[in-house]
Design a protein around this ligand. Structure first.
Ligand SMILES: Nc1ncnc2c1ncn2[C@@H]1O[C@H](COP(=O)(O)OP(=O)(O)OP(=O)(O)O)[C@@H](O)[C@H]1O
Ligand SMILES: [K+]
Ligand SMILES: [Mg+2]
Length: 712
């Protein structure tokens, strides 16, 4: 199936081959495409949101009236260019939004109606004896599915809605959402259970519990995001807007008070000239480009397959100091599987295999299921108990908080079995009056030193002391190429800390292999949260990358919470970004884009304000030259007439917006140098450039306008 992908709008199917396109200048097609929307945005009701431009629009309405009641070429030209100024501003925003609109329509294509096979709960069936996949189903339209419904999806079928896999495992083609053609594994119980509506099951049958009502699914959120329909201004943008509004008010007062002075000096200025002067002085350039800069930043993230749910998170990313990463599923592929059983002295392999099997029969995690697979393949023997024996048993499900799972069998001898993290099981054994032999520590450390996760297995009969039977070796693989990327993060001044529920030795082995700076081992979900709060209290901005339900509180607390797309719905809901490629080092790009956004906005603000100051000196001497011939010395630009000077300034003021649209969409180039050096460089380029540009630009335009009758 040739599913539309997020990146298919791009020239290249490679999600990372974006730069060539974004760097190019504006095309006519782009401008034409964005024009209807730009004209619609001229509606004053929308314009009020940007006070600077609203003032320009009011000015344009005023001069339109003047041009009609007292027509002159000067009045008509000023009016045309004032309208052009507002239109260029709305055009900048519309062009910034246009790419997202195209992506949104290709995403909508994944939302086609399908028929879902909904499970009809049969009474008296327990999940243990009869799985969902064996229950009766009825066909319903996918749009009618409600949260909590369970549906069955088999190979070749489209997943009808967002949900978590509650039974089975399947390979899923998520290319419609991620653009990545390699199938991914989705399975119940673990941190890889979330599925997205519109993706396709390639093999096997899975039962999915629907978690999002139709209309507010992940794809709906993506559409809203790329379309910018839910875009909210960030605190930084609001602050800048307040500054721009204040400047506008100051210049408004300055221009109004200029008139009595002008009258007194015998050269009263027309309303037309005062409006033109005001528009030239207020910060129209940055006012026009501000929202395009923000939209383009979000868009750059989408091009890299990162969905940022808030602009605030993108900005925070630009200043991140610390990055916390979950181990399993974030640093490793998260495909943790049992590979070996290590028997304690005094126990037999049959005893260990039997206990490990019993303790895993009802363990819904992928790790638990992998224990059963291992035992079936390599260790099956007389110790294996029939399934019926565990009927009536009490299950102890795994939780990241307890770091242990197991089973309490009914019956006269009351067998209790536990498996889990070494320290937790040791505590449990101790609480029953048992002891953990030293030899276990050697086995546990042996597994840990290779980066594996050891699960200690122990059992207790009746109220006697528990006995440790041995260790299960869980293996996982570290994702490739992390070391170089973490080195790069270090060069950017970002400290990486791996946080994991695993023991310290395993954590250190994996940390050394992946190249992170620091580790926090044996961490409960609360510990992760506390670590983030502590870093934040120290004034640092924290990013967190995680995939599990147990990472959700931390993802929510972090300033930048990046959920892996392979993770659970809870993690994706809690974070403020989702990485569709599930690459924790994507943070490098996120940080770069955040910094670039901040730098671009700063640079263009500097340019805009410097520009306005320069225009002041360009126009004022020309305006008062007639009354004060001494001002001629200030008229260094030798502009041909007051009218020509003012018209040229207004035209320049409008054109500079168009000239800067490509830069505000592409972003100022970011290089990883010290912030102070960057600031100095930008002040020099954009501050000085902003001061000089108007003199050259206005002079050139003046040479043309002076040729017009009645103006030169
Ligand atoms: N099915 C299971 N039964 C018993 N114990 C388990 C099971 N799965 C994991 N454990 C133990 O619990 C610990 C913590 O679980 P988990 O790995 O989910 O936590 P985490 O904080 O998300 O860490 P990670 O960074 O490894 O994802 C594991 O290191 C392991 O010792
Ligand atoms: K201006
Ligand atoms: Mg985890």
């Amino acid at each position: 199936m040739s599913a539309p992908t997020l990146t298919s709008v791009e020239a290249s199917p490679n999600p990372h081959a974006h730069s060539a396109r974004t760097a190019s200048a504006l095309s006519w097609a782009q401008i034409r495409g964005a024009m209807p929307d730009a004209l619609r945005k001229l509606n004053p009701k929308e314009m009020v949101a940007s006070p600077v431009l609203f003032v320009v629009e009011v000015g344009a309405v005023l001069t339109t009236g003047l041009a009609i009641t007292d027509p002159s070429l000067f009045a008509i030209l000023i009016t045309i260019w004032l309208w052009a100024t507002v239109l260029f501003a709305t055009l900048a925003e519309s062009i910034a939004e246009s790419r997202g609109k195209a992506q949104a329509s290709s995403l909508r294509a994944t939302q086609k109606q399908t028929t879902a096979r909904k499970v009809i709960a049969a009474s008296g069936t327990s999940k243990l004896t009869s799985g969902f996949t064996r229950m009766a189903t009825e066909d319903v339209p996918s749009a009618s599915l409600a949260v909590g419904d369970v549906v069955l999806v088999s190979a070749g079928e489209t997943i009808p809605g967002d949900g978590d896999v509650v039974e089975g495992a399947a390979s899923v083609d998520e290319s419609a959402i991620t653009g990545e053609s390699a199938p991914v594994i989705r399975e119940s119980g673990g941190d890889r259970s979330a599925v997205t509506g519109g993706t396709v099951v390639l093999s096997d049958t899975i039962a999915i519990r629907i978690t999002a009502p139709a209309g507010s699914t992940f794809v709906d959120r993506m559409i809203a995001l790329v379309e910018g329909s839910e875009r909210q201004r960030t605190p930084n943008e609001i602050a800048l807007n307040i500054l721009l509004t204040s400047l506008t008010i100051i210049f408004l007062l300055a221009v109004v008070t200029l008139q009595p002075f002008a009258i007194y000096s015998g050269s009263p200025q027309s309303l037309l000239v005062l409006v033109a002067l005001l528009v030239c002085l207020i910060p129209t350039t940055i006012g026009a480009l501000l929202s395009a800069i923000g939209i383009a930043g979000m868009d750059r993230l989408v091009q890299r397959n990162v969905l940022a749910m808030s602009g605030r998170a993108v900005e925070a990313a630009g200043d991140v100091d610390v990055l916390l990463l979950d181990k399993t599923g974030t640093i490793t592929y998260g495909n943790r599987r049992a590979t070996d059983l290590l028997v304690a002295t005094g126990a037999t392999i049959e005893e260990l295999a039997g206990a490990a099997r019993l303790a895993s029969l009802a363990d819904e995690t992928p790790e638990g299921r992998s224990v059963l697979v291992l035992i079936d393949e390599k260790f099956s023997g007389p110790g294996a108990e029939p399934l019926a024996d565990i009927l009536g048993a009490e299950l102890v499900p795994f939780s990241a908080h307890t770091r242990m799972s197991g089973i309490d069998l009914a019956g006269p001898d009351g067998l209790r079995i536990r498996k889990g993290a070494a320290s937790t099981v040791a505590r449990w054994v101790h609480s029953t009056g048992g002891v953990t032999p030293d030899q276990i520590e050697t086995l546990v450390d042996g597994v840990s030193m290779t980066g594996g996760t050891p699960l200690v297995v122990a059992q207790q009969y009746g109220s006697g002391p528990a006995r440790v039977l041995g260790v299960i070796h869980l293996k996982d693989v570290v994702k490739e190429g992390l070391r170089e990327r973490f080195d790069e993060l270090r060069a950017m001044g970002i400290r990486t800390i791996m946080v994991t529920g695993d023991n310290a030795i395993t954590a250190r082995a994996i940390a050394a292999e992946a190249g992170v700076d620091d580790v926090l081992a044996e961490a409960t979900p609360e510990d992760k949260l506390v670590l983030i709060r502590r870093e934040q209290a120290g004034g640092r901005l924290v990013a967190m990358a995680g995939d599990g339900t147990n990472d959700a509180p931390a993802l929510a607390q972090a300033d930048v919470g990046v959920a892996m797309n392979t993770g659970t719905s809870a993690a994706k809901e809690a974070g403020n970004m989702v990485d569709l490629d599930s690459d924790p080092t994507k943070l490098i790009e996120i940080v770069r884009i955040g910094k670039q956004l901040l730098i671009t906005r700063g640079a263009l603000t500097t340019f805009s304000i410097a520009n306005d100051i320069a225009k002041y000196f360009a126009i004022l001497p020309a305006m008062f030259m007639v009354v004060f011939p001494q001002l001629e010395v200030l008229n260094i630009m030798g502009l041909s007439s007051p009218e020509s000077a003012i018209l040229s300034a207004v035209i320049f003021n409008a054109l500079i917006i168009v000239v800067l649209i490509p830069l505000s969409l592409r972003g100022v180039r970011y290089r990883p140098v010290a912030a102070s050096a960057l600031l100095r460089r930008n002040l020099l380029i954009y501050g000085l450039g902003g001061l000089i540009a108007p003199f050259i630009g206005i002079k050139l335009i003046d040479l043309l306008t002076s040729l017009l009758p009645g103006i030169g």
